[in-house]
Design a protein. Structure first.
Length: 261
């Protein structure tokens, strides 16, 4: 079985990339399940219920997020009733929404578990992503061996450590947040597919999705600056994981980058 993980979707350009590029990728690569990080899908920061529905209509099965999930207040109530849109699992108990889900493929008995985590290095001091994930994964393994984790984090060291910590327990661990695709895709000894960062889906004529002029003004002057979403050179970054759905073991992982013409 083959699964596609789409890198952080940034604003309207990123959503357009998913709409126009995803069908071709699904067809050519025989993709049966799609996960996408969408925490920047609404104007470059946050997600709204209509945008979540839009992305799902393009063929995305589960939407993950990160530290920007709370940027749009209208998403709070939505997260409590929508099980296919996740917030990080390691927010404190009582936080709206869910950090993990299990989806059964239409017309199939195959179930896919998805866990969303956020890191703590250079980020908010939330619950431990290591201990929190292990507890949740043990619960999901009673339902399905096919488990994929989105670790939304700054530090590659934290992501790599989590990969080794969960090796053999999950099918794949994919990093998000930095918007820059790394070149360390591999299958770990326990047959867990790993990639430190899957990259970004959106405008690459930019500084990680935002207009270069705005970012340069901020760096040079240190003055508060509004960061607008850029528009040029739209691409979709992702990773394709081939795995045995009977035992949840990964066979291979490969990075992809498709450009919108």
């Amino acid at each position: 079985m083959r699964l596609l993980f789409i890198g952080d979707i940034v604003g309207a350009p990123g959503r357009r990339a998913v709409k126009e590029l995803l069908p071709d990728i699904v067809g050519k690569e025989n993709i049966e399940f799609v996960i996408a990080n969408a925490e920047n899908a609404a104007g470059g920061s946050g997600i709204t219920p209509p945008i979540a529905k839009e992305l799902k209509s393009y063929g995305v099965h589960v939407l993950t997020s990160g530290d920007h999930i709370w940027k749009k207040k209208e998403v709070i109530e939505f997260l409590d009733r929508e099980t296919s849109v996740l917030r990080p699992l390691n927010y404190p108990k009582g936080t709206p929404g869910k950090g993990a889900t299990v989806i059964e493929l239409p017309g199939s008995k195959v179930k896919i578990g998805v866990v969303n985590l956020v890191g703590r290095v250079f980020m908010q001091p939330l619950e431990c992503p290591f201990r929190t994930s292990r507890e949740e994964i043990n619960k999901i393994k009673e339902i399905t061996p096919n488990i994929f984790v989105d670790i939304h984090a700054e530090a590659t060291s934290e992501k790599i450590a989590l990969g080794w910590y969960l090796d053999g327990l999950i099918t794949g661990l994919i990093g998000t947040h930095t918007h820059v695709q790394t070149a360390d895709d591999k299958v770990l000894p326990g047959k867990t597919a790993y990639l430190s960062d899957v990259g970004m889906t959106g405008p690459f004529d930019s500084v990680i999705g935002r207009r270069k002029e705005d970012i340069l003004t901020r760096f040079v002057t240190q003055m508060p600056t509004r960061f607008e979403v850029a528009e040029g050179d739209i691409r979709l970054d992702g990773a394709i994981i081939d795995f045995d759905e009977k035992n949840g073991k990964a066979r291979s992982i490969k990075r992809i980058e498709k450009k919108l013409t």
